[in-house]
Design a protein around this ligand. Sequence first.
Ligand code: BV8
Length: 237
Amino acid sequence: MGHDMTTTPRFVFLTGAGISAESGIPTFRTPDGGGPAMWAEHSVDDVATPAGYRRNRNLVHRFYQERREACAAAEPNAAHYALAALAAALGDKVLVVTQNVDDLHERAGLPARNLIHMHGALATAICAGCRHRVDAGVYGDRCPRCRDGLLRPDVVWFGERPYEMPRIERAVRDAYLFVAVGTSGEVYPAAGLVDIARVHGASTVELNLQQTSGLFDETRLGPASRTVPELVKNLIG
Ligand code: BV8
């Protein structure tokens, strides 16, 4: 999944479920008008942990297949497009680290080299045995490479190591500006990135509907579809 970054990113964005809320994709913990929060409808233990997967693979496959379908029916919003425009203007100086597994950043035009899915992606499946990754794939199918393992959601569950942490931490350490968009800051190690940014001298900004913690230099309240384009306009004029 990795791409070597020829230039050290200076503008690092951490996005969470809130950036996709206005695209109609439910967030995890905060009912955002659209419908119930995701974890209000499904037990985290049953659908987002390795133990839950071992207990009932079909339930987990259905949960992620439903989210794939919801994601396919959703469209990127102005916040996703604004980050793609920023990357088009500033190239490798921009890195978006998303906790989201939807593909709305990609569909808004953000290049793969400017994006890290630290919690995985619905667009790919991975072999539970040999970790071979395939595009989409049908969960539960035999792995086309080892023919032994079964394809599982390519998603980082609780208790599993998030993807590309060394690259993410390096970028956050070197950032001028660290912006958290639409995340509750409840899940680690993602929620700890702002501390690393601040300790290494970055300016830190939170874009959210509500302030989540006092850890940011600045909190700008409002829907991401307004606050992200405004901030991008500040950055590229
Ligand atoms: C790990 C799966 C170790 C994919 C998810 C300290 C250090 C390290 C770990 C831990 C720690 N303390 C506890 C832990 C364990 C655990 C954890 O953090 N638990 C929490 C609950 C206490 N962390 C882990 O298990 C992680 N793994 O640490 O492994 C390790 C190390 C080495 C080797 C082996 C193991 C793994 C965490 C990843 C879990 N997977 N998802 C999926 O199904 O999607 S997490 C899940 O929550 C999502 O992926 C999501 O990314 C994440 C966070 O949610 P948010 O994106 O913030 O969404 P939320 O609904 O919470 O908030 C939405 C926000 O948007 C709100 O603030 C709202 O106000 C705002 N909003 C809404 N609408 C808008 C808006 N903002 C702007 N505009 C709007 N329109």
